[in-house]
Design a protein around this ligand. Sequence first.
Ligand code: NAD
Ligand code: TYD
Length: 337
Amino acid sequence: MRLLVTGGAGFIGSEFVRLTLREHPEDSVVVLDKLTYAGNERNLDSVRNDPRFRFVRGDIADAGMVSRLATDCDVIVNFAAESHVDRSLEAPGQFIQTDVYGTYVLLEAARSAKHKRFLQVSTDEVYGDVATGRSAETDPLSPRSPYSASKAGGEMLIWAYRSSYGFPAIITRGSNTYGHNQYPEKIIPLFITNAIDNQPLPIYGDGSAVRDYIFVEDHCRGIDTALRKGAVGENYNIGFGGETSGVAVADTILAAFGKPDSLKLHVQDRLGHDRRYAVDTAKLRSLGWAPRHDFTQGMELTVRWYVENQAWWRPLKSGEFWDFYQRNYKPLPAATV
Ligand code: NAD
Ligand code: TYD
């Protein structure tokens, strides 16, 4: 299979590229990535000299470039997206441009190249806040942030292409992912890198909102399973099955470093903060997939990686990163702390 992996220089996409080249010797991979603030060519260092690999810098919204690349491949796996909820709350426009319009450009290219399969990497956040139970693939979508609405918008186009043109798409809806090479703005890499530097860990509100954290390799194996064993026209949830609060993430990281509780800092809550996501993964499990790392094992690997790879993340925590940080994190009024 010749794969076009869009967004392949990002956190999850680069792990998927490594996994594909390692486990499928007959496959080749072209990565198309715009290298936004979150993209990083160094994530692909270990495959750069593989003759089955090629990197192209470009935008998925560039129809000319995408259609040229689509002609020479069999399947598009689309990771490219703006992916951080807090940035989407501040400036939604680029999310709509990449996650909705960019997806449309990819669909048109795949349709005219007559691809037999297309995989869209979506998120469990499209289900919205899930007070009880677990979201099944058949549940209605109810996105609540500009990020999740843009991802749902991309999905809606795919749903329409399936109905209108019989477009052969598979959608995966992964849960919160963590591991090596994650840009240090999401909670786990942010808290680990802050803890290393004895900086406060900013917990939104009371820190009781929960997420189902899955290790990046397990998420990528899930995508690989859906791509190769899944049925076109189907959607597959991917998650570990845990429920971990913001406070529990902070406690785990402080304990790993033996750092004091006083580094926990409760800050103003995120606007419209979804309290809980939880997915039912029986459908993907029926294809033979299961996660291999629990939160404790995955966090051990992740903490160690950030300790040993400071040359990777230190340059990222500068300039624009701190500008965003200052704008995003607001202390709570003294009386409520
Ligand atoms: P990321 O922000 O680390 O990577 C996104 C990549 O896409 C970057 O390399 C970036 O340069 C590239 N990109 C952005 N806009 C582009 C454009 N217009 N054209 C080409 N490339 C572009 O994100 P991630 O965490 O690796 O997420 C990858 C995908 O997985 C996204 O679609 C995201 O919605 C989805 N997802 C993420 C999580 C998570 O917890 N991180 C969970 C479920 C699903
Ligand atoms: P995040 O990693 O941004 O992923 P998402 O919002 O896409 O689920 O946030 C995960 C959880 O951690 C969420 O409940 C918000 C919380 N959080 C904090 O408490 N502090 C932070 O600095 C960040 C980034 C997130």
